[in-house]
Design a binder for this molecule. Structure first.
Ligand code: AMP
Length: 253
Protein backbone atom coordinates (compact mmCIF):
# COMPACT_ATOMS: atom_id res chain seq x y z
CA UNK A 1 0.00 0.00 0.00
CA UNK A 2 1.23 3.45 -0.84
CA UNK A 3 2.07 5.48 2.28
CA UNK A 4 1.19 8.75 0.57
CA UNK A 5 -2.54 8.06 0.50
CA UNK A 6 -4.67 8.72 3.54
CA UNK A 7 -7.59 6.46 2.38
CA UNK A 8 -9.88 7.40 5.30
CA UNK A 9 -12.79 7.84 2.87
CA UNK A 10 -12.30 4.34 1.45
CA UNK A 11 -11.57 2.53 4.69
CA UNK A 12 -14.27 4.17 6.83
CA UNK A 13 -16.95 4.60 4.16
CA UNK A 14 -19.94 6.90 4.00
CA UNK A 15 -19.42 10.33 5.42
CA UNK A 16 -15.69 9.95 6.02
CA UNK A 17 -13.27 11.96 3.95
CA UNK A 18 -9.54 12.00 3.41
CA UNK A 19 -7.71 14.93 4.89
CA UNK A 20 -4.41 14.54 3.10
CA UNK A 21 -3.88 14.12 -0.60
CA UNK A 22 -0.70 13.48 -2.49
CA UNK A 23 0.34 16.16 -4.98
CA UNK A 24 -2.14 16.45 -7.84
CA UNK A 25 -1.47 14.18 -10.79
CA UNK A 26 -1.51 15.40 -14.39
CA UNK A 27 -3.99 12.79 -15.43
CA UNK A 28 -5.83 10.54 -12.96
CA UNK A 29 -5.30 6.89 -13.86
CA UNK A 30 -8.07 4.40 -13.09
CA UNK A 31 -7.19 0.74 -12.96
CA UNK A 32 -8.53 -2.62 -11.87
CA UNK A 33 -6.02 -5.32 -10.90
CA UNK A 34 -6.60 -9.03 -11.41
CA UNK A 35 -4.18 -11.79 -10.53
CA UNK A 36 -4.21 -15.16 -8.85
CA UNK A 37 -2.84 -15.44 -5.31
CA UNK A 38 0.94 -15.55 -5.68
CA UNK A 39 1.07 -13.74 -9.03
CA UNK A 40 2.57 -10.67 -7.35
CA UNK A 41 -0.49 -8.44 -7.67
CA UNK A 42 0.18 -6.77 -4.29
CA UNK A 43 3.74 -5.76 -5.17
CA UNK A 44 2.78 -4.57 -8.64
CA UNK A 45 -0.14 -2.63 -7.17
CA UNK A 46 2.24 -0.73 -4.89
CA UNK A 47 4.58 0.06 -7.78
CA UNK A 48 1.71 1.21 -10.00
CA UNK A 49 0.29 3.47 -7.30
CA UNK A 50 3.72 4.97 -6.74
CA UNK A 51 4.16 5.55 -10.45
CA UNK A 52 0.73 7.06 -11.17
CA UNK A 53 -0.09 8.53 -7.76
CA UNK A 54 -3.40 6.69 -7.83
CA UNK A 55 -5.08 5.58 -4.63
CA UNK A 56 -5.10 1.84 -3.80
CA UNK A 57 -8.68 0.77 -3.12
CA UNK A 58 -8.79 -2.77 -1.77
CA UNK A 59 -12.04 -4.30 -0.54
CA UNK A 60 -10.03 -6.78 1.55
CA UNK A 61 -8.43 -3.83 3.39
CA UNK A 62 -11.90 -2.40 4.09
CA UNK A 63 -12.95 -5.69 5.71
CA UNK A 64 -9.73 -6.06 7.71
CA UNK A 65 -9.96 -2.49 9.01
CA UNK A 66 -13.66 -2.83 9.89
CA UNK A 67 -12.83 -5.55 12.43
CA UNK A 68 -11.06 -3.01 14.60
CA UNK A 69 -13.50 -0.10 14.12
CA UNK A 70 -16.19 0.81 16.63
CA UNK A 71 -19.18 -1.42 15.62
CA UNK A 72 -21.51 1.57 16.16
CA UNK A 73 -19.74 3.31 13.27
CA UNK A 74 -20.27 0.45 10.85
CA UNK A 75 -22.94 0.67 8.15
CA UNK A 76 -25.64 -2.05 8.02
CA UNK A 77 -23.91 -3.53 4.95
CA UNK A 78 -20.62 -3.73 6.81
CA UNK A 79 -22.28 -5.36 9.82
CA UNK A 80 -23.80 -7.94 7.46
CA UNK A 81 -20.39 -8.54 5.83
CA UNK A 82 -18.59 -9.02 9.14
CA UNK A 83 -21.33 -11.39 10.36
CA UNK A 84 -20.86 -13.52 7.20
CA UNK A 85 -17.11 -13.58 7.64
CA UNK A 86 -17.36 -14.55 11.32
CA UNK A 87 -19.59 -17.48 10.35
CA UNK A 88 -17.11 -18.47 7.63
CA UNK A 89 -19.61 -17.64 4.88
CA UNK A 90 -18.80 -15.77 1.67
CA UNK A 91 -19.87 -12.15 1.58
CA UNK A 92 -22.64 -11.86 -1.02
CA UNK A 93 -22.28 -9.79 -4.17
CA UNK A 94 -25.10 -7.54 -2.96
CA UNK A 95 -23.31 -6.73 0.29
CA UNK A 96 -19.93 -6.07 -1.33
CA UNK A 97 -21.57 -3.92 -4.00
CA UNK A 98 -23.35 -1.92 -1.29
CA UNK A 99 -20.04 -1.37 0.51
CA UNK A 100 -18.42 -0.11 -2.67
CA UNK A 101 -21.44 2.08 -3.39
CA UNK A 102 -20.99 3.70 0.05
CA UNK A 103 -17.46 4.60 -1.06
CA UNK A 104 -18.18 5.47 -4.67
CA UNK A 105 -17.01 9.07 -4.27
CA UNK A 106 -13.47 7.63 -4.01
CA UNK A 107 -13.73 6.86 -7.71
CA UNK A 108 -13.99 10.53 -8.50
CA UNK A 109 -10.79 11.28 -6.60
CA UNK A 110 -8.48 13.60 -8.49
CA UNK A 111 -5.65 11.12 -7.77
CA UNK A 112 -7.33 8.33 -9.71
CA UNK A 113 -7.64 4.87 -8.21
CA UNK A 114 -6.55 1.28 -8.42
CA UNK A 115 -9.17 -1.28 -7.44
CA UNK A 116 -7.82 -4.48 -5.91
CA UNK A 117 -10.10 -7.36 -4.87
CA UNK A 118 -13.15 -5.80 -6.52
CA UNK A 119 -14.78 -6.77 -8.79
CA UNK A 120 -14.51 -10.50 -8.15
CA UNK A 121 -17.60 -11.62 -10.09
CA UNK A 122 -19.39 -10.60 -13.28
CA UNK A 123 -22.24 -9.18 -11.22
CA UNK A 124 -19.82 -6.98 -9.27
CA UNK A 125 -18.19 -5.91 -12.55
CA UNK A 126 -21.54 -4.93 -14.07
CA UNK A 127 -22.48 -2.92 -11.01
CA UNK A 128 -19.08 -1.23 -11.03
CA UNK A 129 -19.65 -0.24 -14.66
CA UNK A 130 -22.96 1.32 -13.66
CA UNK A 131 -21.44 3.24 -10.74
CA UNK A 132 -18.61 4.59 -12.89
CA UNK A 133 -20.91 5.53 -15.76
CA UNK A 134 -23.19 7.35 -13.31
CA UNK A 135 -20.24 9.54 -12.37
CA UNK A 136 -18.87 10.02 -15.85
CA UNK A 137 -15.70 8.14 -14.98
CA UNK A 138 -14.10 5.44 -17.16
CA UNK A 139 -11.58 2.72 -16.41
CA UNK A 140 -8.29 3.05 -18.27
CA UNK A 141 -7.33 -0.60 -18.07
CA UNK A 142 -7.77 -3.88 -16.26
CA UNK A 143 -4.36 -5.41 -15.64
CA UNK A 144 -4.32 -9.17 -15.34
CA UNK A 145 -1.09 -10.64 -13.93
CA UNK A 146 -0.63 -14.10 -15.38
CA UNK A 147 1.60 -16.88 -14.14
CA UNK A 148 1.66 -20.66 -14.83
CA UNK A 149 0.09 -22.71 -12.07
CA UNK A 150 3.29 -24.64 -11.16
CA UNK A 151 5.11 -21.35 -10.62
CA UNK A 152 2.29 -20.05 -8.39
CA UNK A 153 2.42 -23.21 -6.26
CA UNK A 154 6.24 -22.89 -6.02
CA UNK A 155 5.99 -19.23 -5.00
CA UNK A 156 3.21 -19.63 -2.46
CA UNK A 157 4.47 -22.77 -0.78
CA UNK A 158 7.80 -21.02 -0.08
CA UNK A 159 6.07 -17.95 1.30
CA UNK A 160 6.44 -16.98 4.95
CA UNK A 161 4.31 -14.26 6.52
CA UNK A 162 5.07 -12.10 9.55
CA UNK A 163 2.64 -12.68 12.41
CA UNK A 164 2.95 -9.05 13.46
CA UNK A 165 3.08 -6.81 10.36
CA UNK A 166 2.00 -9.31 7.64
CA UNK A 167 5.10 -8.61 5.50
CA UNK A 168 5.88 -11.57 3.26
CA UNK A 169 9.18 -13.29 2.49
CA UNK A 170 10.18 -16.27 0.38
CA UNK A 171 12.65 -19.04 1.16
CA UNK A 172 14.25 -18.73 -2.31
CA UNK A 173 13.32 -15.45 -3.95
CA UNK A 174 13.16 -13.10 -0.95
CA UNK A 175 14.74 -14.70 2.12
CA UNK A 176 14.75 -12.71 5.37
CA UNK A 177 18.18 -11.72 6.77
CA UNK A 178 17.68 -14.09 9.73
CA UNK A 179 15.66 -17.25 9.21
CA UNK A 180 12.17 -17.09 10.71
CA UNK A 181 12.47 -13.40 11.66
CA UNK A 182 10.79 -10.47 9.90
CA UNK A 183 13.28 -7.93 8.47
CA UNK A 184 10.80 -5.13 8.92
CA UNK A 185 9.60 -5.52 12.52
CA UNK A 186 11.43 -8.50 14.05
CA UNK A 187 8.16 -10.50 14.27
CA UNK A 188 7.94 -14.27 13.85
CA UNK A 189 7.57 -15.64 10.30
CA UNK A 190 5.18 -18.54 9.70
CA UNK A 191 3.57 -20.47 6.86
CA UNK A 192 -0.11 -19.63 6.50
CA UNK A 193 -2.35 -22.71 6.46
CA UNK A 194 -3.62 -21.61 3.06
CA UNK A 195 -0.05 -21.55 1.69
CA UNK A 196 0.35 -25.35 1.76
CA UNK A 197 0.37 -26.97 -1.73
CA UNK A 198 -3.06 -28.63 -1.29
CA UNK A 199 -4.77 -25.45 -0.05
CA UNK A 200 -3.08 -23.50 -2.83
CA UNK A 201 -4.60 -25.78 -5.47
CA UNK A 202 -8.06 -25.33 -3.92
CA UNK A 203 -7.62 -21.54 -3.80
CA UNK A 204 -6.46 -21.45 -7.41
CA UNK A 205 -9.46 -23.44 -8.58
CA UNK A 206 -11.79 -21.06 -6.77
CA UNK A 207 -9.91 -18.12 -8.25
CA UNK A 208 -10.12 -19.50 -11.80
CA UNK A 209 -13.84 -20.17 -11.40
CA UNK A 210 -14.65 -16.56 -10.65
CA UNK A 211 -11.86 -14.75 -12.49
CA UNK A 212 -11.72 -16.41 -15.89
CA UNK A 213 -15.23 -15.09 -16.70
CA UNK A 214 -14.13 -11.67 -15.44
CA UNK A 215 -11.07 -11.70 -17.70
CA UNK A 216 -13.35 -12.48 -20.67
CA UNK A 217 -15.76 -9.72 -19.60
CA UNK A 218 -13.02 -7.08 -19.68
CA UNK A 219 -11.45 -8.55 -22.81
CA UNK A 220 -14.74 -8.07 -24.67
CA UNK A 221 -14.83 -4.45 -23.53
CA UNK A 222 -11.29 -3.85 -24.81
CA UNK A 223 -9.99 -3.04 -21.32
CA UNK A 224 -7.92 -6.13 -20.57
CA UNK A 225 -4.15 -5.76 -20.36
CA UNK A 226 -2.59 -9.19 -19.76
CA UNK A 227 0.87 -9.03 -18.16
CA UNK A 228 3.25 -11.99 -17.90
CA UNK A 229 4.09 -12.16 -14.20
CA UNK A 230 7.23 -14.32 -14.28
CA UNK A 231 10.58 -12.79 -13.37
CA UNK A 232 11.54 -10.20 -10.78
CA UNK A 233 9.08 -7.53 -9.57
CA UNK A 234 11.05 -4.92 -11.57
CA UNK A 235 10.86 -6.98 -14.75
CA UNK A 236 7.12 -7.50 -14.36
CA UNK A 237 6.60 -3.81 -13.64
CA UNK A 238 8.59 -2.81 -16.73
CA UNK A 239 6.44 -5.15 -18.82
CA UNK A 240 3.25 -3.75 -17.30
CA UNK A 241 4.38 -0.19 -17.97
CA UNK A 242 5.35 -0.92 -21.57
CA UNK A 243 1.95 -2.40 -22.29
CA UNK A 244 0.10 0.33 -20.44
CA UNK A 245 2.15 3.10 -22.03
CA UNK A 246 1.48 1.98 -25.57
CA UNK A 247 -2.17 1.52 -24.70
CA UNK A 248 -2.74 4.81 -22.94
CA UNK A 249 -0.14 6.80 -24.84
CA UNK A 250 1.54 7.60 -21.55
CA UNK A 251 5.04 8.94 -21.65
CA UNK A 252 7.37 6.24 -20.31
CA UNK A 253 10.17 7.48 -18.02
P1 AMP B 1 -8.41 -9.93 -0.30
O1 AMP B 1 -7.51 -9.10 0.55
O2 AMP B 1 -8.78 -9.26 -1.60
O3 AMP B 1 -7.90 -11.32 -0.51
O4 AMP B 1 -9.80 -10.08 0.51
C1 AMP B 1 -9.86 -10.69 1.77
C2 AMP B 1 -11.25 -11.32 1.98
O5 AMP B 1 -12.26 -10.30 1.94
C3 AMP B 1 -11.66 -12.31 0.89
O6 AMP B 1 -11.19 -13.61 1.13
C4 AMP B 1 -13.16 -12.23 0.94
O7 AMP B 1 -13.68 -12.97 2.02
C5 AMP B 1 -13.43 -10.76 1.24
N1 AMP B 1 -13.58 -9.98 -0.01
C6 AMP B 1 -12.78 -8.97 -0.44
N2 AMP B 1 -13.22 -8.46 -1.60
C7 AMP B 1 -14.33 -9.16 -1.92
C8 AMP B 1 -15.24 -9.12 -3.02
N3 AMP B 1 -15.09 -8.26 -4.03
N4 AMP B 1 -16.27 -10.01 -3.02
C9 AMP B 1 -16.43 -10.89 -2.02
N5 AMP B 1 -15.62 -10.98 -0.95
C10 AMP B 1 -14.57 -10.14 -0.90
Amino acid sequence: MSAQHDRTAWICGAGASCTEFPSPVERPVRLVLLGAPGAGKGTQGELLCEKFGCCPLSTGDVFRAARSLDPARLSPAMQTALGCMQRGELVSDETVIELVRERVHCMECRCGFMLDGFPRTIRQAEKLDGMLAGRGVALDAVLSFELPREEIVRRLSGRRTCRTCRSTFHGITKPPAAEGVCDRCGGELYQRVDDTPESIRVRLEAYDGSTIPLVRYYEKRGLLVPVRADGSPDQVFTRAMETLSSRMLLKPD
